[in-house]
Design a binder for this molecule. Sequence first.
Ligand code: WT7
Length: 651
Amino acid sequence: MSSVPEQAFEALLAEDRLFPPGEALRGQANVSDAGVYARAAADPEAFWAEAARELHWFRGWDRVLDWTPPHARWFVGGQLNAAYNCLDRHLSSARRNKAALIWEGEPGDERVLTYWDLHREVSKFGNVLKGLGVVKGDRVAIYLPMIPEAVIAMLACARIGAAHSVVFGGFSAESLRDRINDAQAKVLVTADGGYRRGRVVHLKAAVDEAVKDTPSIRHVVVVRRGGGLEVPASATDGRDHWYDDLMRQASADCPAEPMDAEDLLYILYTSGTTGKPKGVVHTTGGYLTQVQATARWVFDLKENDVYWCTADVGWVTGHSYIVYGPLANGATVFMYEGAPDWPHRGRFWELIQKYGVTILYTAPTAIRAFMRWGPSWPDQFDLSSLRLLGSVGEPINPEAWMWYAEHIGHGRCPVVDTWWQTETGGIMISPLPGITSTKPGSATRPLPGITASVLNGEGSDVRAGFLAIPKPWPGMLRTIWGDDERYRQTYWSKWPNVYFPGDGAKIDDDGYLWLLGRVDDVLNVAGHRIGTMEVESALVDHPAVAEAAVVGKADEIKGQAIAAFVTVKEGILITDALKAELRQHVADKIGAIARPDAILFAADLPKTRSGKIMRRLLRDIAEGRAMGDTTTLADPAVVARLKTEYEGKES
Ligand code: WT7
């Protein structure tokens, strides 16, 4: 299975602490009636239709669900607009002047956009895009730092019926280029730079590199952010435009385009088990229904909340729970540009105190870093505004869960551990804070209207096996952009008509689910999904490398770290300089998040007699464990040699 050691499973299941919903939420939460689970299970379509009615529809649907496995269509015949639901419908109430976005940049600059302001900016940018030739159905690539323009650009696309493809600002020029080409994006929205740990990240430089080879891109719109950098010469050929210049001339009158429920809302690329990332396709009606509803249920969003999700908008968490879910609820979203440890390790707590943040949604990797830095950082700040804490992205170990509850929540705040994926669109497995008793380390049970089981390879229910989603759900991905066959193969070929997420899971006597991490060749490094094959391709792309095998190695902070076993071509000298060069090469090819933590040069890689690299053995070596079965190896001596080498030279 995954690289989580067996002792960890056992420790998890021995976890018997149970935390019932606190006083403050009982009876007061948005979902307080436990009967909701049974009601939803009895008639899931009626249940989701009720949730969909919370949105504004230009035209009602004819049918709730069309399920022709593995393709689902939700709210068939209905028409709506995601940006209209996030903005326009809040303008006729007191929300009009409420803060939609409260933003702080890393250098400390501040901006507040009310719903009225955000509506105006989005409408103007919608017109800017139209002026650049973007029409309904086109794709727009967005490569921005965590600034309000990222939200504005996404919603502007949704408003005019174009699909966005947001590429995380930490990805390399090559990764950006590949994603633009796969989606055939017409316009790219970027910035001259962004701030990260006191330095300017020069996004526009990567863009210039990327667009040398993206024939579909007609225009590049550049937001001024990076401290007055000049746009290079390409600005003169009519391709590049300053965002400010275009916005100054744009009209604020931009009616929201009525979209079919099944019209494309966005594409978001995520790593899989091959070298080529998958363009996950999300459509409008079902997706918005699920993110709107789950944001309200799980985070218990109320009118006065200040909600902070620390993810980057470049990941699905940012799409669903910075932008669409909270704004569809008319919530106040706090957004921060920078890192948690800059200029000091109390930065997040300082921001929570300053803005009175009430709901915090972050990742276990961050929580484990906070643990290591010690409680003296949060203790310097007043965190009494907090009332609910969320976790997402990877399994949260019980120690981190307890630390979060004690040192950040001060025993007052429920902790919701939310399991979901880029592909699921919205939260699938999570406590409901007004109903569910939580166990540290368990995401508890599927939300109302969602099904989940633990199955073995044959499709029978088991206590420990693969997580499975037996029934379609509104926010599910509809396909992989341009590759429906891969969609079928990846998610629907393990069991007939049951979705396979790629995670291992256990279920305990109370029916609580314990998510155990990936069971495929996908790593989860600090909550970021990275395919082992992607890193391997980047390594063998280097002229010195003959072969590479990449595995995840358990890491106290990041969950998994990247360990690469590399054989070099004949005549190549193995040096520390080469090691550094290879690590940098991967960062240049994919992005810094994929930079291997450890590189080990080996004379040979362990292979089966049929030539398949035995990753399991490499993981054992990387994690310093006793080796598993080596009898299927072509040359068992290879492993013994590797193990001695690795123990001596790990870096
Ligand atoms: C993978 C999806 C969901 C948004 C962020 C990541 C892992 C996610 C949990 C959790 C255990 C989790 C799974 C999943 N994962 N949340 N609460 N407990 N594992 O989205 O990049 O699509 O990654 O993240 O392994 O398959 P993603």
